[in-house]
Design a protein. Sequence first.
Length: 85
Amino acid sequence: MTKTDILDAAAQVFRQKGYHGASMSDIAAAVNLQKASLYHHVSSKQEILLALLDHALEMLTERIAPIANQSIPADKKLPEMIRVY
């Protein structure tokens, strides 16, 4: 069991139940772990959420940075950035 597996499962649980509706027990069940074992990998539901948000921001930055670095007018960049968003 990797942290990536846990984050993937947690993202699915959050999509289904919402952040506030999801519990650590739900996330543990989604990865076939006991709740205590889940806490060996992550300290809290908030830690999981922050890791997912960090990952999403990294992915977005990777997609937008090449467009931002192009030498084209801003009025051409912005629509392209919105498209990849």
